[in-house]
Design a protein around this ligand. Structure first.
Ligand code: ATP
Ligand code: MG
Length: 352
């Protein structure tokens, strides 16, 4: 228990399938300040569909990054995503938090596609109109195996996993500390990673739909690898606009464009699902994050195809940083990869 001063901070550790990202923030009177961050790439088969296949590679990567960046904080907030994470909004008769705590297993069972004994369940009672007999509850179920694998890897790297979050909620936290919430506005947060794209649609700052779609930039890398007959690493270089001997960059541009279109189609499908199931019928703005939001022109393609204003999100919009410690240009380049990490770094031990 914290008797004096503020509760101690955590580092946000985003274990993605292409890279681990660690972010540390300080909560000051002037708002959040960036105190440290680091990114370390992972080999391609370490994480598959959100599941850890090679935990020693993750442990090593985290240890090295902590040492290289001289990170001293040991409490960590981590997150999970993908098929093993179920997020659903359900409607229940009004009851107290304590009552729901008692009955949540039973209430949630019908909504979870796994045996209830295999998952950890958390819930959040959403705001309810006074006098209504029913309330909306957000339930989150994550396979215990998955949580155990992630927390075990973190612990082996010398960290204390004090918060286990979900990527799309971390994204929401990152958005809420950086952007002004407009009550009637609907925004779609779209975090395009390597294998997974997290989508979280917020109305007035509250989540109304979250979805993890199994698409991302990895598919484009795979296509380049096949087409150009190069290694995974070279295919990544080519995708990111670099050069590799003997490969014509025009061919690569065409593959990236084609792949980006497929990615946009999936994003569009989720946005359309929201539009057809909500009463709203509009999205005011789409914010893109994740490494694959760096694909050239992808915001324009989404804006064109959906008709919604689309821009890259800035996870450091209201976060201060020392320009002597962090090169602004480098930070700007890394920022899209740090969206989840920033959201995680705002969490505190004991948070739900
Ligand atoms: N300049 C760039 N152009 C195109 N793609 C890029 C660029 N920089 C990074 N990427 C891609 O972004 C992806 C990594 O993004 P991110 O770090 O958000 O994913 P991740 O969190 O590791 O993966 P996931 O969450 O899907 O498991 C990779 O596919 C990488 O190739
Ligand atoms: Mg990710």
């Amino acid at each position: 228990m914290a008797l004096f001063g503020k509760k101690k901070g955590v580092i946000g550790v985003d274990i993605g399938s292409s890279a681990i990202k660690i972010v540390e923030l300080k909560d000051t009177k002037k708002g959040y300040q960036l105190t440290n961050y680091g990114i370390v790439p992972l080999p391609s088969e370490v994480i598959v569909d959100g599941a850890i296949m090679d935990s020693s590679a993750i442990v090593e990567a985290i240890k090295n990054l902590l040492a290289e960046k001289k990170m001293k904080t040991r409490d960590a907030a981590i997150s999970v995503s993908g098929h093993s994470v179920i997020i659903k909004k359900i409607t229940l008769p009004v009851m107290t938090e304590a009552e729901l705590e008692e009955s949540i297993q039973w209430e949630a069972e019908q909504y979870i596609p796994f045996p209830i004994s295999d998952v950890n369940i958390d819930f959040h009672i959403l705001e309810m109109a006074p006098g209504q007999p029913q309330m909306d509850v957000l339930i989150v179920a994550v396979k215990k195996d998955m949580i155990n694998d992630y927390t075990a890897a973190i612990a082996e790297a010398g960290l204390n996993p004090v918060v286990v979050d979900v990527d799309s909620f971390a994204l929401e936290n990152m958005y809420c500390i950086n952007y002004d919430i407009v009550p009637e506005e609907t925004v779609a947060l779209v975090n395009m990673g390597a294998n997974i794209t997290n989508i979280n649609i917020l109305k007035g700052g509250t989540s109304t739909l979250t979805r993890d779609v199994s698409v991302g930039g990895r598919q484009i890398t795979n296509e380049i690898q096949k087409h150009a007959g190069v290694s995974f690493e070279d295919a990544e270089i080519l995708k990111c606009g670099g050069e590799v001997n003997g490969v014509d960059s025009k061919d690569i541009d065409a593959i990236v464009k084609f792949g980006a279109n497929a990615l946009v189609t999936e994003v569009q499908r989720s946005l359309n699902f929201y539009l057809s199931t909500s009463h709203e019928g509009k999205i005011d703005r789409v914010y893109l994050g994740g490494g694959s939001s760096k694909i050239k022109g992808i915001a324009d393609v989404i804006a064109e195809r959906t008709g919604f204003p689309t821009e890259l999100i800035d996870p450091f919009l209201k976060i201060g940083f020392n320009q002597k410690t962090f090169d602004p240009d480098a930070l700007k380049k890394d920022a899209p990869l740090l969206c989840v990490g920033v959201g995680l770094a705002t969490r505190r031990p004991g948070d739900k």
